[in-house]
Write a protein that binds this ligand. Structure first.
Ligand code: FAD
Length: 479
């Protein structure tokens, strides 16, 4: 039994944890990073953002080849070697996690592999392969993340029922795949399997997929899903699943109707649950909300003065860049700087086909808050760049304060929207006005011009669209 002392212990080496450990070390702190997995990088690198985007890239290659037929370029039916595909994906993960190991070494961050368990508010016990290690610390940063939610009724112990973790392993391409959940994970992975040849049926209990997204932005994705998937069923609940031979028998409730069907595999993508159990947090003063996420204030402090929490485990939007931002805040608060998580713009991106991205205020939020806003839109059917690669199904949308002309929100749907949204995030963060965007010369022909032209549209004079006059504000108490 070994005991060590450190200033900061970070538990969990995902995009929250390793970012916190690195930043704290950069600011001169003695840091230990504890991770139970063999590989650093957390869900994002190993079972989330990166593998899903790698597979989506592979899927887009197939789709792009298929869609080039009308240009006079035809390819044969794609032959997919899953062993090679998995090896390629794995090579990316290995390279990235190796990079994190190197960066930890260079900064003098000590990495301990093992499961962390709190003995009390100032002591973490780590179960390593070589035995137990006790770490005494001044401050702990909890970055233990989340896992896929698998409701008990769906957990039959049958590997044909997958969560995102197993789906990303692509063991096979099932002929018939049921995706339960029309959130971003279900939509992204449904896109991957559909491109590889599965007949995908996606069911969603609500009346729309991508529930948080602006309906204007979700529309082209829904249209694509209707084409690419065998079926998208809304207002549909899975009531029961059972194993029948090599299939999963699924019972659906669709209104008053009960439907029973057989599937080769089922992907359950109904949300994420926090990782806080079995780690001794009851021995500290940390408290939780009713879903098990840890309570934090705007400084990422938990209800235990020695413990901070960041990333998925602290609730809110479960995104990697939100975890990384919170890592910066927790470390700055620990070193005594003024830092709070208020008015932070966290962009959201859904990597479907086309991509959807937004930041700041949405039109629906403005409406719900009774705010008067002006909405300026630029359709990509008027973008030379979008037409040059056959994807005019995009839209760029600005939510602007009609009095100050400040850009309050930006929404984009279309190819590469995830890359484009950062200009919007910068505009919202910096309090830019529509004029700032309209007066900034954007290179031609690029999709970024759609942001400039949406801003020009706000003033009623976008070059490539025509509007009789400046659009009227919407919302508030206007009649
Ligand atoms: P995690 O990444 O979950 O890391 C937590 C780490 O803590 C894990 O490595 C875990 O092993 C470790 N840990 C837990 N308990 C202990 C313990 N007791 N002792 C030691 N270690 C422990 N987000 C995006 O922003 N963009 C995307 O495109 C995106 N795509 C996604 C796709 C999928 C399929 C999934 C599942 C998620 C995706 N996400 C995406 C979400 C993103 O992965 C998470 O928001 C992010 O990983 C959260 O980071 P984190 O640091 O809070 O925790």
């Amino acid at each position: 039994m070994e005991s060590v002392k450190t200033e900061i212990v970070v538990v969990g080496a995902g995009p929250g944890g390793y970012a916190a450990a690195f930043y704290a070390a950069d600011l001169g702190k003695k840091v230990i990073l504890v991770e139970r997995d063999e590989r650093l990088g957390g869900v994002c690198l190993n079972r989330g953002c990166i593998p899903s985007k790698a597979l989506l890239h592979a899927a887009h290659t197939i789709t792009a080849a298929r869609e080039s037929e009308h240009r006079g370029i035809t390819f044969g039916t794609p032959a997919i070697d899953l062993t090679k595909l998995r090896a390629w994906k794995e090579s990316i993960l290995t390279r990235l996690s190796g990079g994190i190991v190197q960066l930890a070494k260079l900064r003098g961050v000590q990495v301990i592999h093992g499961r962390g368990y709190f003995e009390d508010s100032k002591t973490l016990r780590v179960e390593t392969g070589q035995g137990q290690q006790f770490i005494q610390y001044d401050q702990a940063i909890l970055a233990i993340g989340s896992k896929p939610a698998l409701p008990k009724a769906f957990d039959l112990g049958n590997p044909r029922i997958m969560t995102s973790t197993e789906a990303l392993e692509v063991e096979e391409i099932p002929e018939n795949l049921l995706v339960i959940g029309g959130g971003y994970i279900g939509m992204e992975l449904g896109t991957v399997y559909a491109a590889m040849g599965s007949k995908v049926v996606l069911v969603e209990a609500l009346d729309s997929v991508l529930a948080g997204a602006d309906p204007d932005l979700a529309r082209p994705v829904v249209a694509y899903a209707h084409r690419a998937f065998k079926e998208v069923r809304l207002n549909t609940k899975v009531s029961k699943m059972s194993t029948v031979g090599k299939h999963i028998q699924v019972e659906f409730a669709m209104g008053n109707q009960k439907v029973v069907e057989l599937y080769d595999r089922v992907l359950v993508a109904v949300g994420r649950s926090p990782n806080a159990e079995d780690m001794g947090l009851e021995n500290t003063r940390v408290s939780f909300d009713d879903r098990g996420f840890i309570h934090v204030n705007e400084k990422q402090q938990t209800t235990d003065p020695a413990i901070y929490a960041i990333g998925d485990i602290a609730g809110g939007v479960l995104l990697a860049h939100k975890a990384t931002k919170e890592a910066r805040i927790a470390v700055e608060v620990i070193v005594g700087e003024e830092s709070v998580f208020t008015d932070v713009t966290i962009p959201a991106v859904v990597f479907t086909d086309p991509e959807v991205a937004w930041c700041g205020l949405t039109e629906a939020e403005a409406k719900a808050k009774g705010m008067v806003v002006q909405v300026a839109k630029f359709p990509w059917s008027a973008s030379g760049r979008a037409l040059s690669f056959d994807r005019p199904d995009g839209l760029t949308k600005l939510i602007v304060d009609p009095d100050t002309e400040r850009v309050l929100g930006v929404g984009i749907v279309g190819t590469g929207a995830g890359e484009l949204i950062s200009e919007g995030a910068l505009a919202v963060e910096m309090g830019a006005t529509a004029k700032d965007l309209a007066l900034t010369v954007h290179p031609h022909p690029t999709l970024s011009e759609t942001i400039m032209e949406a801003a020009e549209a706000f003033y009623g004079h976008a070059t490539h669209t025509w509007a009789r006059k400046k659009q009227a504000p919407v919302g508030g108490n206007q009649s």
